[in-house]
Design a protein around this ligand. Structure first.
Ligand code: C2E
Ligand code: CA
Ligand code: CA
Length: 675
């Protein structure tokens, strides 16, 4: 999908990639040289072997030629004048002159260097120069020839056993048995001939030169082909190994470093500048699964890709950005260019929170950020683990952003200890309420605000999801809800004019409404506050109602009779029977945000929301849609005629001191639209 961008890299990624490419280059040319050298050895060996075997072949040819000369002389010239009797001691006169003439002819042509005739015992009976006359050789060759086998070999003159004088030029010597009949075993004599090797050698030399030339050209060509093949192979190998190196360190989809690459790079920087520890942040997309389910995988990929780019841009120069896997990114900032780390993390979060366009739709993703300023000489593992601990913590905070603190490691050590701290906080002003407006979907006016509790612990605000379940397991939930009610009403009164006509909603737990004393306590709190009870709405989740239906009905009736409204929160999650619902003193249904979020993308959810609205209206209830995160959803719910809306698109939960300004802005914008 991102073919155009596959190999785009984060700014920090370039240097090391170039370095590894250069390393790839040198190692590839080294590889090529090795390959070339390695192929040269067998090619040269083949050349040498071919040359040797050619020389041997030519020499064998020379010997064979000398032998056939001897055969010719013996069979066609000498034998016809000999009788059948073996030669013995002397040479017949006819033969003598014949040999003289033949030798004279042959030497004239330089075809013969020496010739001898031996009798049937091996005794030399004729010799062209008289050498060896009367000796009987004793050479193996002579014996072999006497056995009837012709012998030929390359040697030098005068090196045989019976010869005297200095060794002469190279010759081919032949001992040729002269047989009176071709089938005879024993010869009647032996013709001994020495053929000069020089002409043969000249032949050999010129043949060899030609052969060497052809061989050389052929082998050079062969080697060239091999070298070319090896060059292209090494090139391909290099490309492959580059690709593997890339994949080992980069994430293909985002073009960013992957977890391994990120950790490597951070470790590398840590090693070269240990005195300059980085700030490391882990950014995790909340509910990314939902985005994928709603928009499809391609859009999900596109969103992650865009997110990566944004983080690169927001991270600052020289920062290292990686995709740690799934929907999580890692960012490391060295030196001082990330400024104060809180601000840096906030900028990263803000950059990720701008709407991203995927498949033509602007999508708002929410990210959690855990960050940590490494300490000198901390290992990359420790740094990443701490950022991770901070991330886990961030997910339970209201801002969804947390800086690592050692207390995070302890905070889950024991829920009992945490409960004790919660109890302390309740008495010491450690809890806070934030307020999220609900506005009319008819005219946009502010209907009410919902009080949402937070716990300030070690400089972070914990969201109710983290500590409420704990409180709800114990009686601590009673003083907690009492405090929320008291504080919310006090706040409403203290806003004064700024909250004119605005109601207050508080949330209560299953355990509260099962407590028979709860309603009375709440009534007293309201009475003490002097706020009109009709301004107060009590939200209770559908599932909480089902925990103890009878007790719940009693509590809610008491509250309702005192003039307060009852709202069924997260409606649609449980399976309340209509009959039961109708039997309760309910004033409002709050459609669970899981349905609302999908209303534009999923026709089933749309149908559910539509029928809940109709159902609510037919029971005479006000219907609130919570979790409105974008304009499309808001428009759709207006179309479906929900009465009231609430959600991040309208306003996020806010600190009480911001309410007056927000309302003023909101009303001004609203009147501009209406007017
Ligand atoms: P809730 O009653 O459904 O409260 C609304 C929650 O949805 C709030 O989370 C709010 O921040 C969040 N929210 C509001 N608009 C949007 C939106 O557009 N998109 C998304 N994704 N979320 C939105 P918070 O403050 O974390 O509260 C969580 C739950 O804790 C509340 O759910 C409520 O059930 C409970 N709670 C909060 N305060 C109290 C309290 O004082 N007492 C009791 N018993 N429960 C409380
Ligand atoms: Ca609520
Ligand atoms: Ca709700």
């Amino acid at each position: 999908m991102h073919a155009f961008s596959r190999h785009s890299r984060s700014p920090g990624a370039d240097i090391s990639h170039m370095r590894s490419a250069a390393q790839g280059h040198t190692s590839a040319s080294k590889l090529f040289l090795m390959y070339a050298a390695a192929t040269l050895v067998p090619v040269l060996a083949v050349g040498v072997l071919l040359a040797i075997s050619y020389r041997q072949h030519v020499e064998r040819g020379g010997v064979a030629e000398a032998r056939s000369q001897a055969a010719l002389l013996s069979d066609d010239v000498i034998r016809p004048v000999l009788g059948r009797e073996p030669l013995n001691g002397s040479v017949p006169a006819a033969v003598d002159s014949l040999l003289d003439a033949a030798f004279a002819r042959a030497t004239a042509d330089q075809r013969l260097a020496r010739m001898r005739l031996r009798d049937a015992t091996g005794l030399v009976i004729w010799s062209d120069d008289g050498s060896g006359l009367g000796t009987s050789g004793g050479d193996d060759e002579v014996d072999e020839a006497l056995e009837g086998d012709a012998v030929g070999k390359l040697t030098r003159l005068n090196v045989d056993a019976g010869d005297t004088g200095p060794a002469g030029p190279r010759v081919v010597e032949v001992y040729y048995p002269i047989k009176s009949q071709p089938d005879d075993e024993k010869p009647i004599g032996v013709l001994e001939m020495y053929v000069p090797y020089a002409p043969i050698e000249a032949d050999v030399a010129s043949g060899l030169r030609r052969t060497y030339l052809v061989l050389g050209v052929g082998l050079a060509f062969l080697w060239l082909v091999l070298a070319l093949i090896s060059a292209s192979t090494t090139k391909r190998l290099r490309r492959q190994s580059d690709r593997l190196a890339y994949l080992a360190h980069y994430d293909d989809a985002s073009g960013l470093l992957n977890r391994v690459g990120f950790a490597d790079k951070v470790a590398h920087r840590l090693a070269i500048t240990p005195e300059q520890p980085p700030a490391v942040a882990l950014v995790n997309v909340s509910r990314f699964r939902d985005v994928n389910d709603a928009l499809g995988r391609d859009s999900g990929d596109e969103i992650l890709f865009q997110l990566g780019r944004r983080l690169v841009a927001a991270a600052g120069d020289n920062a290292i950005v990686g995709r740690m896997g799934g929907d999580e990114f890692g960012i490391a900032c060295f030196a001082h260019n990330c400024g104060d780390i809180e601000g840096w993390a906030t900028r990263l979060q803000a950059a990720a929170s701008e709407p991203i366009e995927a498949a033509g739709v602007p999508v708002l993703v929410e990210v959690a950020v855990g960050f940590h300023r490494a300490e000198p000489n901390q290992s990359v593992d420790t740094v990443l683990t701490r950022a991770d601990v901070a991330l886990v913590h961030a997910k339970s905070t209201v801002d969804r952003r947390a800086r690592y603190s050692p207390s995070f490691e302890r905070s889950d050590a024991s829920s009992l200890a945490l409960l004790a701290r919660l109890r302390d906080s309740l008495g010491n002003g450690g809890l806070e309420l934030h307020y999220q407006p609900k506005t009319s979907l008819r005219d946009g006016g502010v209907e009410s605000v919902e009080a949402l509790v937070r716990w300030r612990l070690d400089d972070t605000l914990l969201s109710p999801g983290v500590f409420l379940p704990l409180a709800e397991q114990t009686a601590l939930v009673h003083p907690l809800t009492d405090w929320v009610a008291r504080e919310a009403l006090r706040q409403l009164a203290s806003w004064g004019e700024a909250a004119a006509g605005v109601g207050m909603a508080i949330n209560v737990s299953a355990r509260n409404v099962s407590d028979p004393a709860f309603a009375d306590r709440l009534l007293r709190i309201v009475a003490d506050s002097a706020v009109d009870p009709r301004l107060l709405t009590v939200e209770i989740t559908e599932t909480a109602l089902l925990a103890d239906p009878d007790a719940a009905r009693k509590s809610l009736s008491g509250i309702h009779e005192a003039g307060m409204s009852i709202s069924i929160d997260d409606f649609g999650q449980g399976q309340t029977s209509l009959a039961y619902l109708a039997s309760l003193p309910v004033d409002e249904l709050k459609i669970d945000r899981a349905f609302v979020a999908q209303v534009c993308d999923d026709s089933t959810q749309d149908a559910i929301v539509r029928s809940v609205i109709q159902l609510g209206h037919s029971l005479g209830l006000r219907v609130v849609a919570e979790g409105i995160e974008d304009e499309r959803t808001l428009d759709r719910l207006i179309d479906l005629e929900a009465d009231v809306g609430q959600g991040f698109y309208i306003a996020r939960p806010m600190r009480p001191d911001r309410f007056a300004d927000w309302r003023e802005d909101h009303d001004r914008a609203r009147l501009r639209v209406v007017g």
